[in-house]
Design a binder for this molecule. Structure first.
Ligand code: ATR
Length: 284
């Protein structure tokens, strides 16, 4: 669609940003809803992030997404935070308010939950303990969202135990049971009786080592989710499907986390469906 002088402007800020699927995702929605607007990659070096945060609203941008490595800097540079961003300490979506103030959101955890609920409708937070692999930024967002949703307990394990301990300490402040398990227990006590298993590490991603995890002790009714989406069908999800588990892929989280941003700069609450998945997958 050709742009007019009134085109709505948005984008994704990262360094590097060439790998980002967000321009395809938001571009699909702009076209689909025939909105006069565009969403562009914003390759911004770390030393220029503060300057970019000042400039973009003055250039007429309605908002932007923030990706690696700028999510923590974005947290410091916005004027206010939504509750999720405040809890997580990182911002992935910036909305320019009518008065020019910058509101920082973190939609990763809610995106994970929305995709989980859509793909595994029988899962409820009350179903039982969650087993979460990983202690990085992605794990933190997912853990917070699951605890807020009311899961009875969360088990954490991570290759580097100090990182898991630091995350557990942060999560304990939310007042819920967080149980730390040694990485060596990941095929045993970690999985026993769990209702949901989530891989929030980069293991299994193209170019990374595989995630080697025997699911033998995981109850058959458990849901298995992976945040990795390249490849879409990870070895973990394949093994889970073979055992009859509902498998939740990583792409849905990416699609769902984009909804609040587009609702703001597109002015339409967009749908997440097969057409969107196909448009984004074509970019992989
Ligand atoms: P993100 O923000 O995407 O979560 P991150 O902060 O780099 O990225 O976290 C990556 C996660 O994958 C971490 O939990 C990391 O474990 P460590 O804390 O021990 O580094 C995990 N991870 C990456 N490579 C791994 C490997 N080879 N074996 C086990 N865990 C790995």
């Amino acid at each position: 669609m050709l742009l007019s002088g009134k085109a709505r402007l948005a984008g994704v800020m990262g360094w590097p940003v060439g790998h980002s699927l967000s321009p395809r995702l938001h571009g699909h929605w702009f076209e689909r809803y025939r909105i006069d607007g565009t969403y562009v990659p914003l390759p911004v070096r770390p030393e220029d992030v503060a300057l970019a945060f000042q400039a973009l609203p003055r250039l007429g941008f309605l908002g932007w997404n923030v990706t690696v490595p700028h999510k923590e800097a974005a947290f410091r540079l916005v004027d206010e935070h939504d509750p999720a961003a405040a809890r997580i300490g990182a911002v992935n979506t910036v909305l320019v308010q009518p008065d020019g103030r910058l509101l920082g959101l973190n939609t990763d955890g809610a995106g994970f939950l929305a995709h989980l609920r859509a793909t595994a409708p029988s899962w409820t937070p009350a179903a039982g303990p969650v087993a979460l692999l990983g202690a990085g930024g992605a794990a933190r967002g997912i853990a917070v969202a699951l605890l807020e949703a009311g899961v009875p307990s969360l088990r954490l394990t991570n290759r580097t135990p100090e990182r898991a301990a630091a995350l557990a300490e942060e999560l304990a402040r939310l007042g819920r049971g967080v149980e730390l398990l040694p990485w060596a227990a990941r095929e045993g006590a970690f999985l026993e009786g769990a209702a949901l298993l989530v891989n929030a590490t980069s293991l299994g991603m193209a170019g990374q080592p595989p995630l080697e995890l025997s699911l033998t002790v995981l109850p058959r009714a458990a849901v298995v989710a992976d945040i990795v989406y390249v490849p879409l069908e990870t070895a973990l999800l394949r093994a889970a499907r073979r055992r009859g588990h509902v498998a939740v892929d990583g792409l849905g989280m990416l699609l769902h986390q984009a909804v609040p941003g587009f609702s703001h700069w597109g002015g339409v609450v967009p749908v997440v469906d097969e057409a969107l998945r196909a448009a984004v997958l074509a970019g992989l």
